[in-house]
Design a protein. Structure first.
Length: 199
């Protein structure tokens, strides 16, 4: 008997309902069979809830069913946040050749360089990219020069940030946020930094 939640198979289910959200966020990759991929792809393409799309990418990026090739191509183009682009890239790398991956990574490098100027203290994004399920996984799994260059760029831009923005969070191998400091300490460090900037 399938352990896939019935509520997620119902196209008329209200995604704002707490049971719907709980069913999705309690779901594990091992509970998903080929038969159920379609339900998750449908939810991904119809929802406006970013956290749902993020969760679905992480649920599917290790699955190798052929129908996911085009799904990850669409997801890469759809996502605005670079960490979610990397999750889509992680899924796509299982199907695409390195020359196709290089083109996508080159665009990511350009947009990443811009963020240093537009949002110089965007530490959350860097930590998500540097997390165990992000770029380090891709470097270890594929050893592509493009992945190594992108991770090096992330690390260099991260290192150029003030210390007040470093070491607050990371992600584990499942993509779950791990807090490295208490919320009070993180808030104080960042507040103190901006207070010093005003003087």
């Amino acid at each position: 008997m399938s352990s896939f939640p019935k509520i997620l198979t119902d196209q008329n289910a209200k995604e704002s309902h707490s049971d719907y959200k709980k069913a999705l966020f309690d779901l594990t990759p091992n509970a998903i069979t080929v038969k159920e991929l379609g339900h998750l792809m449908r939810i991904y393409t119809t929802t406006k809830e970013i956290s749902y799309r993020n969760k679905i990418l992480k649920l599917l990026y290790n699955h190798r069913e052929p129908e996911l090739h085009s799904f990850f191509e669409i997801a890469y183009k759809k996502e605005r946040y670079r960490d979610m682009k990397v999750y889509a890239l992680r899924g796509l790398a299982q199907f695409a050749e390195e020359k196709e991956i290089v083109k996508l990574v080159d665009k990511l490098k350009i947009s990443l360089a811009k963020t240093e100027k537009t949002t110089p203290y965007n530490y959350q994004e860097y930590e998500l990219l540097k997390g165990k399920n992000g770029l380090p996984f891709l470097v270890e799994q594929y050893n592509y020069a493009s992945f190594k260059e992108l991770l090096a760029q992330v690390n260099e831009q991260y290192d150029r940030m003030p210390d007040a923005f470093k070491g607050h969070i990371t992600t584990d191998e499942h993509g779950e946020i791990v807090h490295l400091r208490g919320p009070g300490e993180s808030a104080r460090m960042i507040r103190d930094f901006f207070d010093r900037m005003k003087k």
